[in-house]
Design a protein around this ligand. Structure first.
Ligand code: ADP
Length: 381
């Protein structure tokens, strides 16, 4: 167990196809025993980052420090890391015991009996004792992933690296393994970096998430902080399903409030002293679907919207609305299922208003507005 520091970590691919900055000057300090999830869209540099940590990819610039050792120049076997891949990467000709013992045989001077004892211990922890004599071809995807985990854990690494380890499993097994993995990581107290493009995995498993886009780190924070206080529009719209609604708005100030206008409609208002914006400024307004409050009576809302599609989801519904020719998504309880063409009133509470600089996308600082942002049902009759 150890801390893991990424300092100015950079990877540039420069080959016949051209120059590609895959990871740009990444700075992240990961605590001893922390579960950090690297998340972001495909191609944002997650796997390259993990592969640099593992020693499978050279570093163009920057340092990687595990505990008090700089490791970026060391071979993978000298870094005290263990990696679990999406593809399991088990040796097909070896049974489970041999697969699990293989790394121990090559990286420690434990005797065969000691190696077997460790394998037995971890196999019991992972509930795979009955698979010890089986070869990978005899096992299901879930069992293979468990064996791959066992092979990583048995080596007692300082840092655990996991690259989309659950994405080959079906939805039900994935949900179960998610919980088990989290529990295991807590029990073992090991430092872990977990890569996924799946934001549900990221939000549910992480102590902190590191959101990346285009090789750049966007924000590192506990999931609920990144969700409620995103540092920029990218993080705000990447986290959350359905995605946050965004609008280009013009600010109107009349002394008693700041109003955000879009296509002739006032979408929301906030007290005038909560954000430094003036009459005529333009700003991007963000609204999470679950914060869009709907009223059957259009007159009860701040503005009126027309239902275009109601998507039945089971435990809640997604309602597509048209507001000043723009699509707006509302997420509402399952008993709300308005017909297309229906006109509804819409209200957005000041505390649910997100504001971003229209050019840079950086979140505008607000005073007191979002401090108590919380999630709650979003329709009133
Ligand atoms: P992610 O894991 O987030 O999907 P990657 O780390 O795989 O993203 O890739 C980041 C960027 O680096 C992408 O633009 C990808 O095309 C590029 N890249 C990855 N590996 C190589 C390589 N071996 N040669 C050139 N470019 C690469």
């Amino acid at each position: 167990m150890a801390t893991l520091e990424l300092n100015d970590l950079t990877k540039i691919y420069d080959d016949a196809q051209g120059r590609e900055v895959a990871v740009n000057s990444l700075d992240i300090d990961i605590d001893d025993g922390e579960f950090l999830v690297l998340v972001g869209p495909s191609g944002c540099g997650k796997s390259t980052t993990l592969r640099m940590l593992a020693g499978l990819e050279t570093v163009t610039d920057g340092t990687i420090t595990i505990g008090d050792r700089e490791v970026q120049h060391l071979a993978p076997s000298e870094r005290s890391i263990a990696m679990v891949f999406q593809s399991y990467a088990l040796y097909t000709k070896m049974n489970t015991r041999e697969n699990m013992a293989y790394g121990l045989k090559h990286s420690t001077d434990l005797s065969k009996a000691e190696r077997n004892r460790k394998v037995d211990e971890i196999a019991e922890l992972l509930d795979i004792t009955e698979l010890l004599d089986d070869k990978p071809e005899e096992m299901s995807g879930g069992q293979k992933q468990r064996v791959a985990l066992g092979r990583a854990i048995v080596r007692d690494p300082d840092v655990f690296l996991l690259d989309e380890p659950l994405s080959n499993l079906d939805a039900k097994l994935r949900a179960r393994m998610r919980t088990e993995l989290q529990q295991l990581q807590t029990d073992l107290g090991v430092t872990a970096v977990y890569v996924t493009h799946d934001q549900t995995e990221a939000m549910t498993m992480a102590d902190r998430i590191a959101v990346m886009n285009d090789g750049e780190l966007q924000q590192v924070a506990p999931p609920e902080v990144a969700y409620d206080h995103p540092e920029n529009e990218f993080v705000a719209t990447f986290l959350g399903s359905p995605s946050m609604n965004t609008f280009e708005t013009t600010v109107h100030e009349d002394g008693s409030e700041l109003a955000f206008h879009h296509g002739g409609t006032t979408l929301a208002t906030v007290p005038p002293n909560t954000v430094s914006l003036a009459d005529g400024d333009t700003v991007t307004l963000g609204l999470r679907p679950e914060d869009v409050q709907l009223f059957d009576n259009p007159a009860e809302g701040t503005f009126t919207a027309t239902v275009t599609v109601s998507e039945y989801q089971g435990n809640d519904n997604f309602i597509h609305l048209s507001v000043a020719n723009q699509d707006v998504m509302a997420r509402v309880p399952s008993d709300t299922y308005p017909d297309p063409g229906e006109k509804l009133g819409v209200t957005v509470s000041p505390r649910d208003v997100f504001l971003f600089d229209s050019d840079s996308g950086i979140a505008r600082k607000t005073r007191g507005l979002s401090d108590e942002r919380k999630h709650r049902p979003s329709i009133s009759n």
